[in-house]
Design a binder for this molecule. Structure first.
Ligand code: 6GU
Length: 243
């Protein structure tokens, strides 16, 4: 998979060279290119933003640098398997489902927003050439889209075949099954007066699976009632939250 990033803060994306994505780059699974949007400016001050038409606070990222960046990045063709991901708090919510969808693409081009956003015509123009997704990572406001692009990248890249050692560890984790993860424990069995739930030491695999499922349902109902499903029942009784 090829990943391109258009940003006015390329240093913000340095973590892409670290850890798991870094290893995937080293192994050839990922081809990562971080681009400074200012390389597509032509004035002395390398201007990327301007005041909004219609007035209001803040600055808007100008269309021309993005336009020229897309001209250069897409010159080689192959737009069929490519998606532009625009990171913006007004985008569609980023979910595990969207991560799975993006993981099927051959190429992702992240356009990192800043200030009050990107001139709408950049997106309208790009949509005439290529799939564009405007994506938000949650209901809060970041200063810019770089951190969101990193989060989306990590969620997508770990789904690529050959990226993680253990495919089973992918499917069991939170959200893939619509439930949050059950709590986990390791040795020692007793620590500072807190004991590991005895069922986990019982060797009864059926009882352990049932306990973990119950814990996952309970957690989901308590923390994420929006995810909890009425068909999730404990001992035949629908989960009710303690007040
Ligand atoms: Cl993608 N960008 C910004 N600036 N803020 C956000 C976001 C994205 N997602 C949530 N908040």
């Amino acid at each position: 998979m090829r990943l391109d990033y258009l940003t006015i803060f390329p240093d913000y994306l340095a973590p892409l060279q670290l850890s798991l994505p870094g290893k995937a780059v080293a192994s050839g699974l990922l081809d990562v290119h971080v681009h400074d949007l200012r390389q597509w400016t032509h004035d002395r001050h390398r201007t990327v933003d301007d005041t909004p038409y219609g007035g209001g606070a803040g600055m808007v990222l100008k269309p021309e640098p993005f336009g020229e960046a897309f001209d250069d990045l897409f010159a080689g063709g192959g737009l069929e398997g490519a998606t532009v991901v625009v990171t913006t708090p007004s985008g569609e919510p980023f979910t595990q489902e969207l991560a799975r969808e993006l993981a099927t693409r051959e190429r992702l081009v992240f356009a990192c927003g800043r200030y009050e956003g990107i001139d709408q015509r950049v997106l309208d123009h790009a949509r005439t050439l290529i799939e564009v997704r405007e994506v938000s990572i949650g209901d809060y406001v970041l200063n810019g889209g770089e951190v969101a692009a990193l989060a989306i990248t990590e969620a997508v890249v770990r789904l690529l075949p050959g990226f993680m050692g253990n495919a089973a560890s992918l499917v069991e984790e939170s959200h893939e099954g619509g439930l949050l993860e059950h709590p986990v424990y390791t040795k020692p069995a007793s620590w500072r007066g807190h004991d590991v739930p005895p069922v986990l030491l019982s060797g009864d695999h059926g009882a352990i699976a049932a306990w973990r499922h119950e814990q996952a349902v309970r957690r989901t109902a308590e923390r994420r009632p929006d995810l909890a499903h009425p068909s999730q029942v404990l001992d035949g009784v629908e989960v009710r939250l303690a007040q």
